[in-house]
Design a protein around this ligand. Structure first.
Ligand code: 5GP
Ligand code: ZN
Length: 138
């Protein structure tokens, strides 16, 4: 299913031109218009899913391998030495376009800031309690 009002549905299905890196029957991979680094790409399923919780087969089982394939090509083609696969779900997580996408962000040996957080602390009891809260909903 596509969403008529979704920009990524239009890009993924070729209705709006993009800097395309890859296409198959399920996905189109394009360059991000606001790249975090040279070559920053977005993997877009051709069907509309709001986020990873909605993502269906066969997209779900193929997207990670595709991320690896694109990242490997970036290493060979762009000379990056690593890459981040980033995938945001929900406004609080930084999602701004509500059509599932996975970022493939090439990393160069230039000390650019990485996708990071400041490690906090939690007691073993707190970890157990938190784990139980998640587990009870699986
Ligand atoms: P999010 O924050 O939702 O994980 O990522 C959305 C990404 O899509 C951003 O990095 C943004 O630069 C990119 N983006 C938003 N609209 C467009 C567009 O129309 N074309 C392209 N190529 N990238 C877009
Ligand atoms: Zn869409």
């Amino acid at each position: 299913m596509r969403d008529q009002n979704c920009i990524f549905c239009k890009i993924a299905n070729g209705e709006i031109p993009s800097a395309e890196v890859y296409e198959d029957e399920l996905f189109r991979v394009i360059l991000d218009m606001g790249p975090a680094s040279r070559g920053h790409a977005l993997i877009l399923p051709k069907e509309h899913f709001k986020d990873v919780c909605e993502l269906e087969e066969p997209y779900a089982s193929r997207v990670l391998a595709l991320g690896g394939k694109i990242g490997d090509a970036m290493k060979k083609g762009l000379g990056c030495t690593g890459f981040n696969l980033v995938q945001n779900n929900g406004k609080s997580a930084g999602q701004t376009v509500f059509h599932f996408h996975m970022h493939v962000i090439p990393r160069y040996d230039d000390n650019a800031p990485i996708v990071s957080w400041t490690p906090g602390s939690a007691s073993p009891e707190e970890l157990q309690e938190t784990a139980a809260q998640i587990k009870s909903c699986l």
